[in-house]
Ligand binder design. Sequence first.
Ligand code: SAM
Length: 299
Amino acid sequence: MQLASKGEAGFARHYTVLFGERWPELRQALVATSPKVLRVNGFASEAARLRDTRELTPLPRLPGCFRLESASERVTLGLDEHELLSAYVMDAASVVAARALQVRPGETVLDLCAAPGGKALVLLEALASAGNLTLNDRSRKRSARLKTVLRQYVPANVLDRVKLTAHDARRWGLYQPAAYDAILLDAPCSSERHVLGDPAELAKWSPSRIQRLASDQYAMLAAAATALKPGGRLVYSTCALAPQENDGVIERLLKRARHAVEVSPVSAPLGEASEYGWQIHPDRHGAGPIYFCKLTKAA
Ligand SMILES: C[S@@+](CC[C@H](N)C(=O)[O-])C[C@H]1O[C@@H](n2cnc3c(N)ncnc32)[C@H](O)[C@@H]1O
């Protein structure tokens, strides 16, 4: 008898081999979706932020974030006097990954796969009063959503320092080598949660999907490393569980000496270390999945 390697049965086999006895619980946590957090918009007025978070519990380890009690909790986001929304609802793990880049005011920053923009807002707030952010995404539809998010959350004078582009991230290194102080590469990935939630996706799943994505992710990561200035920082992240798309992609980059990057240690408020990076999984940490790795280019 031949065991299935594709479709729902192939998916179950693949992740059972990867996670062993842990898989049923992890699968359950993926299907259930963890509660998100409400992250206040640093550009909105303090009065609006206080008004809209008054009844929520702050998360001490994630400054500016408040707990939403259940995944289905509906929140009404209010506007401030300049018509900016007071908060953004997102996964706590995404906040952790975006903050790991430690963007500083005045830097030149690139978000290579930016839409719809939850992490881009975190980067932009960290830039504060000075610096430039380029937001790239190849999808026209998702970029339209990104534009809406920027309009809803960012004042016009700050938007002047934001550039939107729609290039293929795999080729970015050719366009702008050694140009950025900090780069976020939040790469397209397997997103097992999405696969589990979509019967059509699950039916056509195959291990070759992981290989194809890992190959694109490597091309994007190599391009990002080329686009970094000497001494620059790079955060590579995915919402995949498959190690081939996470530590596997990092390992491949580290083997090519010409990229001159090394892994920087991460200590985050949520999650656990992986071989090269950091992972936040919903069964263990109540958020994610997110994997990220921070790299620094030799000065
Ligand atoms: C994980 S999502 C990014 C989520 C986003 N960083 C956020 O926090 O809202 C990955 C994005 O990569 C974009 N993408 C996929 N292939 C791409 C490519 N070759 N070049 C640039 N963007 C790409 C997709 O359109 C998608 O919006």
